[in-house]
Design a protein around this ligand. Structure first.
Ligand code: PBG
Length: 334
């Protein structure tokens, strides 16, 4: 596409920027509440809203508080929430069995949410890190993160989440071959309509720091995740990973983190034209909130601008901790 443009003064770009009405009319991309997936940290207990120090405004919620927060989010029109459990260190093991315990926090939360709010889509995280004594997303033997054994564990975890009522399975582990294994297992278990949103292009990023605090994995993590998450210097590899996951049966794909990887979002959307999501991760949220708290930027404006950037880059939706705040803002502007 090559828009034809007259020369100055016949063409004056400022004509269409003169008033808010004119600016609105010609706006190319828009953020709506329907673009949002809200990641929520959950924990055991009752009546608890425990602040996450490195994520101002974000709390770990006990299940009763989760239900009321989810109901508010649903009323605001947010279509989906994604659950991340804070796991007590006492249940973390090297073998991670808690990950596929039908009574674990996540599975109890899915069932409770589905009973109260059947129309709210529930996405889950599939990776072993909340349950792993060493903080890794896969099983570890002699310091090596095992691929195929981890995939078996992740499949078990997936099936239990699907049994509990999850609508969207979100594998964030970056093991090879997991999407095909999960799809096949879901099909043969009768969960043919459970969707997979693959964290297909997930980079080994410094921006996950606050999240690891929130789920209590920072202390546990030994080493780094560079043997399974992507090198931030790569772009073609992201395209190959997305294609691989689509061929294995992913219904939707994700790029993560978001803001430093908007070029990847655009390439993915242009290349495949599939439902494409970005995760505006904990460190991105913390940067905006941290600067806003100090009065260095206008937090609300920076929030909206950062999210609009994802739409402009071709994303169909965004996982963001700002979801309730931005939904309220959009609601009051309507
Ligand atoms: C782990 C997982 C991570 C995030 C989502 N799932 C962290 C990691 O890979 O270490 C990060 C989300 C965020 O930073 O907001 N499976």
């Amino acid at each position: 596409m090559r828009p034809v443009q007259a020369a100055f003064p016949a063409a004056r770009f400022r004509r269409l920027r003169r008033t808010e009405a004119l600016r609105d009319l010609v706006q190319e991309h828009r953020l709506t509440v329907k673009d949002l997936i809200w990641p929520v940290f959950i924990r055991d207990g009752k009546g608890i809203e425990e602040p996450v120090a490195s994520m101002p405004g974000v709390n770990r919620l006990s299940l009763d508080r989760l239900l009321s927060a989810a109901e508010r989010a649903h009323k605001l029109g947010i279509p989906a929430i994604c659950l991340f459990p804070y796991t007590d260190p006492s249940v973390k093991t090297e073998t991670c069995e808690e990950a596929w315990n039908p009574e674990n926090l996540t599975n109890r939360a899915i069932r409770a949410l589905k009973a109260e709010l059947p129309d709210l889509a529930i996405m889950t995280d599939v990776a072993l890190d909340p349950y792993n004594a060493n903080g890794h997303d896969g099983l570890v033997r002699d310091g090596v993160i095992l691929n195929d054994e981890s995939v078996e564990a992740l499949v078990r975890m997936t099936l239990v989440q699907a049994d509990s009522g999850a609508d969207i399975i979100g594998p964030s582990d970056m093991m090879d071959g997991r999407i095909g294994a999960m799809r096949a297992a879901l099909e043969s278990a009768g969960h043919k309509d459970v969707a997979i949103l693959s964290y297909a292009a997930k980079y080994a990023s410094a921006f996950y720091g606050p999240f690891r605090d929130a789920v209590g994995a920072s202390g546990a993590l030994k080493g780094d995740k560079k043997t399974y998450q992507m090198n931030p210097g790569n772009s073609d590899e992201a395209i190959r990973l997305i294609e691989r996951d689509l061929r294995e049966g992913a219904d939707m794909v994700m790029v993560k983190p978001g803001m430093p990887y908007l070029d990847i979002c655009r390439r993915v959307k242009d290349t495949f034209g599939v439902p494409t999501y970005a995760y505006q991760v904990s460190g991105e949220y913390a940067m905006i909130q941290g600067a806003a708290e100090r009065g260095w930027i206008d937090g609300k404006k920076a929030m909206v601008e950062s999210l609009l950037g994802f739409k402009r880059a071709g994303c169909d939706g965004i996982l963001t901790y700002f979801a309730p705040a931005v939904a309220k803002l959009l609601d009051s502007a309507a």
